[in-house]
Design a protein around this ligand. Structure first.
Ligand code: ADE
Length: 248
């Protein structure tokens, strides 16, 4: 990996009530090595530092009643304005199960955005007015509920960092993988060739690259068709022309 003596090309700022959670898993493996090599930079900001009162209140009960607490707009806006003011380009993302689902396409765009600010909600949510007023992009990892946005921020950062130039040794590995072709990845096998009476598919031992490529493509298509109907429908649409003929 190339060391970058100057400013890192990609910078993530995380607004959180738990800055001590970071870098956490991001200090290890690929992302950790890239962090050390200054390919990217992580900055964590404690939202509580922007509280207006001496108790450090960042949340309050929801207007209209209901369970849980809601993050105050004034506190969060002060934190956002301090770290990523309106005149600075880049993405401002709020993690919430109400957001648009994160996908590899958006990850690719964000990896190409030098400045990304990630806001980790807690409690029942965040006052809607700060989302509107600061133009926050609401992002979800999927249809399940986390207790806070921090694991989502870590997931997004990890997904972006591995796409930064020089981080993954073999860029070809990135092109073959799940979602880059609009397909799930084909299954993989390694030694031993027979394990617990299970043999690996014979074609993979044949040394016949054309047949292996065709097998992998078919296996990836089968997995996508069976597991991800939505993804499959999109793939089929892009691969066949108006007359139903295969494009490649
Ligand atoms: N915060 C709580 N649940 C979440 C989810 N599913 N995705 C992203 N952020 C969240």
């Amino acid at each position: 990996m190339n060391a970058h003596p100057q400013a890192p090309a990609w910078r993530a700022t995380v607004l959180t009530l738990f800055p001590e959670m970071f870098p956490g898993p991001l200090a290890y493996s690929l992302a950790g090595r890239a962090l050390e090599a200054r390919v990217w930079m992580l900055e964590t900001v404690d939202i509580r530092g922007f509280a207006r009162d001496k108790h450090g209140s960042v949340d309050d009960s929801p207007f209209g009643g209901g369970p849980g607490m809601v993050m105050r707009p004034d506190v969060l806006a002060a934190a956002i304005d301090a770290v990523h003011p309106a005149d600075e380009t880049g993405a401002r993302i709020l993690f919430t199960p109400r957001g648009r689902r994160l996908d590899q396409r958006r990850v690719r765009e964000l990896a190409a955005t030098p400045r990304v600010t990630l806001i980790c909600g807690r409690y029942e949510g965040v006052d809607e007015r700060v989302i509107e007023a600061r133009g926050l992009e609401e992002v979800s990892l999927g249809d399940f509920v986390l207790s806070g946005g921090e694991p989502a921020a870590m997931a997004l950062i990890d997904a972006c960092v591995r796409l930064l130039p020089g981080v993954v040794g073999e860029p070809a590995a990135l092109e073959e993988e799940s979602f880059e072709r609009g397909l799930l990845e084909n299954p993989q096998y390694t030694r031993p060739a027979v394990w617990e009476d299970r043999a690996v598919p014979e074609v993979l031992l044949s040394g016949h690259h054309g047949r292996i490529r065709a097998w992998r493509r078919a296996a990836a298509e089968q997995a996508t068709r069976e597991r991800r109907p939505g993804l499959w429908a999109r793939y089929v649409k892009t691969r066949y022309d108006k007359n139903g003929k295969k494009v490649d």
